[in-house]
Design a protein around this ligand. Sequence first.
Ligand code: C6P
Length: 402
Amino acid sequence: MNPYELRKDFPILNDETLCYLDTAASSLKPRQVIERLDEYYEKYGVNVHRGVYNLSYVATEMYEEARRKVSDFIHAKFDEIIFTRGASSALNLVASSYGLNHLTSEDEIIVSELEHHSQVLPWQNVSHITKAKLVYIPLDSEGRITVENVKKVLSNKTKVVAINYISNVMGYITPIKEIISLAHEVGAVVVIDAAQAAPHKTIDVVDLDCDFLAFSGHKMCGPTGIGVLFGKKKLLDNMPPIEFGGDMNDNVNLYDASWKDVPYKFETGTPPISEAIGLGAAIDYLLSIGLDEIGKHEFKLKEYTVKKLKEIEDIIIYNESAETGIISFNIEGVHPHDAVSYFDGDNICMRAGHHCAQLIIKWLNVVATLRVSFYLYNTIEDCDRFIESVRNARDFFKSVGF
Ligand code: C6P
């Protein structure tokens, strides 16, 4: 994998002064994806599943071809892939459809403090409505979800385990395969938030045996406005739609209606057509490089950067042992938003705040963190520029008495 060659695929990186370290929020987009979007709009940009004319057939074929690419990408079946607006809507769909219709006050839902809000808040809502109890996995001393700690909270009451594959704040890889197997022993279904995993790591839903898995297109070189929910067919078949309208229905009568089969009963209205096609292009692009190669590259950059950061005074790193390309840290005594504005002055883009995961920020007992997240287009030179900027920021803020 040659990041210097790959950078040429990203028009935004024509600005050589740009140092983009915020892929966990959204990745940059390569020309190959942008061109596939242009092609849709320029050559066959019409609706799908509706028109009885050639252009609409072409659009439908391309849209469904994208579903095929996504299903192959995670080793699912074609009709187990539902297109959504993003990981958040995919996770909400599971909670609203499966959760609200299968859980009662006798049941328990297991989550963790390491979750993004889009995995924890939908289940809080299910808990409020159904009175099912929300149970938190105790995190270990580093803030990880461990198999041992999951065992402590799993019981015959557990009906849902909703956890992340990779944390967007700590970058830890959760041992989901073992957890899924344990959850199945007590009859629970497992919902995996793979928003930070799908862009960086091969996912095989058959091997994992997960029941539901969600991710977003825009974090993996694809367009915004498109996400994926994978669900096992037998579960999806028994879940009601949560949105009603055009194209999801079969027969409509005055007082009732019937629904199409999955996945279509969950895809109401005109779907995100160009976005799905663009996601297909993103998958082609990532597979042509190799996901595991990408993951290894990011990890190397993270290891290099952590080593250098540790040489700077007043730097606190919260996730030194992460197996991925995410670093969460602070400069002692400096508010992360002040620091990130300083970095912006050097044209370095990164995120500061609670990263839509307030529970882990509270667990860390800080107000916010700075976060660096690497991807296939980042280089050692990016790391060096960033480290230099951190050193200067630290010296500047100390000199003005922070
Ligand atoms: N995290 C971040 O900066 P959406 O916004 O629907 O595409 O993805 C939501 C989501 C779900 N789970 C995890 C683990 C995530 O990291 C995210 C998005 C971004 O960390 C934006 S808050």
